[in-house]
Write a protein that binds this ligand. Structure first.
Ligand code: HEM
Length: 294
């Protein structure tokens, strides 16, 4: 449901909407979005009710200390000032689900594609993983030592970062160079534009070259912090950055420990923008087990 809603939102994000007219007439997409919104809200309500029922029946003595539990707690807060509305609760669940799942899925998919194409980097990354973890499961101490993998992740985030634009509302009139932005307008600052700017990255800007990051992000960007912002920038930057990076490193290490990856002839390169850069037809690769003849 959330995926369908995401696709509809991204298809309609730049279409003009006239609030009064839209109260009288709604397009097919708007009606479909409203249906999906309602479906998601009902689903979240069901989860909230399960938590509440457990407390009422005495089966549990709290709503839980996971993220949903904390939200349900805030939704039931007796103090009006601290209480979270149902709309906000559903919104938070949608954000965390989308921000937390689709982003890392998409990043992993683009990394796998690049490693399938650039066998030399695949080999370097595997060697590093085997040197650090052998065939054991990845552990915290080793994850911090994955230098080659960090370079590969950064270069993939630069070229195919799951988020390609940072939406902002202009709070007060502001001058940006020759441009005057009036208050209350929405702007989309395209970080993908910065990530693919030859003035910042050189003429080989469109090429996959993890070696750019060999000496860290600061050196790769020539100490220009805004040149590389796949997780956003400023006080609203991604809260899940460290978690996402760790998840990606664990998953990738486990894949490299087990399989070689090569590109399937069926793959057709067609990145499209669906609130992020997605492979339109998926990413078809061939995995061969390193530990058997499969
Ligand atoms: C590769 C993975 C990820 C990328 C590239 C990414 C990128 C971003 C970006 C660009 C923003 C907007 C920042 C801004 O407007 O300045 C954002 C916000 C956010 N991200 Fe992530 N993210 C990733 C993974 C995650 C994960 C795993 C979680 C949660 C578990 C998460 C939770 C959030 C939340 C809650 C926000 C909203 C923060 C706010 O509005 O204050 N993200 N992310």
């Amino acid at each position: 449901m959330l995926n369908k809603l995401t696709i509809l939102v991204s298809q309609n994000i730049s279409k003009t909407k006239i609030p009064f007219i839209n109260k009288l007439w709604k397009s097919v997409e708007m009606l479909e979005s409203e249906k999906l919104e309602k479906g998601i809200q009902d689903y979240v309500m069901e989860m909230i009710k399960k938590r509440e029922d457990k407390v009422v029946s005495g089966e549990a003595d709290s709503f839980g200390n996971d993220f949903l539990g904390l939200l349900v707690n805030a939704y039931n807060d007796l103090d009006d000032k601290n209480r979270v509305s149902l709309e906000d609760l559903v919104g938070e669940c949608k954000t965390i689900y989308f921000a937390g799942q689709e982003t890392v899925n998409s990043l992993l998919a683009w990394i796998v594609l690049h490693l399938a194409i650039h066998g030399d980097w695949q080999e370097k990354a595997r060697r590093e993983v085997i040197d650090i973890f052998g065939n054991q499961n990845p552990h915290l101490e080793g994850i911090a030592k994955l230098k080659i993998m960090t370079m590969i992740i950064n270069e993939t985030l630069r070229l195919y970062g799951p988020s390609h634009g940072l939406p902002r509302t202009v709070a007060r009139e502001v001058q940006l160079g020759k441009l005057v932005l009036p208050a209350n307008i929405d702007v989309l600052s395209l970080n993908i534009g910065l990530h693919r700017d030859p003035h910042l990255w050189g003429d080989d800007v469109h090429h996959f070259k993890p070696e750019r990051f060999a000496e860290g992000i600061a050196k790769a960007t020539n100490y220009n912090a805004a040149a590389f912002c796949p997780f956003g920038i400023g006080p609203r930057s991604c809260v899940g950055m460290s978690f996402a990076t760790m998840e990606t490193k664990i998953a990738l290490s486990m894949i490299l420990q087990r399989y070689t990856i090569s590109l399937s002839p069926a793959y057709v390169h067609s990145p499209i923008s669906v609130l992020g850069i997605q492979p339109e037809h998926g990413i078809q690769v061939i995995l061969k087990s390193l530990h058997s003849n499969v």
